[in-house]
Design a protein around this ligand. Structure first.
Ligand code: DC
Length: 229
């Protein structure tokens, strides 16, 4: 006979944080697919705020206006499609200029607060894989599993360079390396929710790993913590 007052378990969350181009987006999507969990790409939300701000001509150093823009963001994610004000912007938000603007927008505590509950709203059964910078430290401090993916800045620049070349963008490796280093510095030195591993995070250096190996290592860690397919 089961007890009437059995406590309900919180929906499990796998938080995957790390710097730009550490492979966390791809790893998060693959882990979510294997486990049948929902996926939150929190960087996409900051990129959407940045794109909306750029389109409206809002200065990136105006926290109150940016926070209003974030709170009222008309964004949707369905089946891999990202929409802003009803328009599909999946490609547009991936541009390097939007990523750099997102890093500046994300430094404002008011903007982060405006996006907090929206991010928590993605937590739905049977579980969530959340990818970002502060998933394990701020947004889901009670996450079941916390992973921090990292890799040397040179190998991340090299990966990003190959991705962009494959998409037909002309890019310069030295410029990419400089941009990544600047973003790392801004994301990890800001006062609000800086990029850093949670104390209880599994830190995985993917410099010498390919995506399959990184996914396997994360899934093994999830399994050790009671989350398996
Ligand atoms: O993961 P990404 O490159 O798509 O993120 C774009 C920017 O958004 C990144 O430079 C920092 C910011 N960001 C953040 O501050 N917190 C998050 N949880 C996710 C992204």
């Amino acid at each position: 006979m089961s007890s009437a007052a059995e406590p309900t378990r919180p929906v499990p969350v796998i938080a995957i944080d790390g710097p730009t181009a550490s492979g966390k987006g791809t790893v998060a999507a693959r882990v979510a697919q294997v486990l049948g969990f929902h996926l939150l790409d929190s960087g996409a939300l900051y990129r959407l705020v940045a794109l909306a701000a750029l389109r409206r001509g809002l200065p990136l150093d105006a926290p109150a206006a940016l926070a209003r823009c974030a709170a009222a963001l008309d964004a949707s994610f369905d089946g891999g499609r990202v929409r802003l004000d009803g328009e599909e912007v999946g490609e547009a938000i991936r541009a390097e200029a939007v990523g750099n603007a997102a890093s500046r927008v994300a430094a404002h505590p008011q903007v982060r607060t405006a996006l907090l509950e929206r991010q928590r709203g993605f937590r739905r059964a049977p579980g969530l894989v959340a990818d970002g910078r502060d998933m394990g430290t701020v947004v889901f401090p009670d996450a079941t599993v916390k992973v921090f993916l990292t890799a040397s800045v040179e190998s991340r620049a090299d990966r990003r360079y190959k991705q962009l070349m494959e998409k037909g963008f002309s890019v310069n490796l030295c410029d990419l390396l400089r941009d990544l280093s600047e973003r790392d510095a801004r994301d990890s030195q800001r006062a609000a929710a800086p990029l850093r591993p949670a104390e209880d995070a599994f830190v995985l250096d993917t410099t010498a790993l390919d995506i399959d190996e990184a996914v396997a290592a994360v899934l093994e860690f999830c399994e050790r913590n009671g989350l398996s397919a």
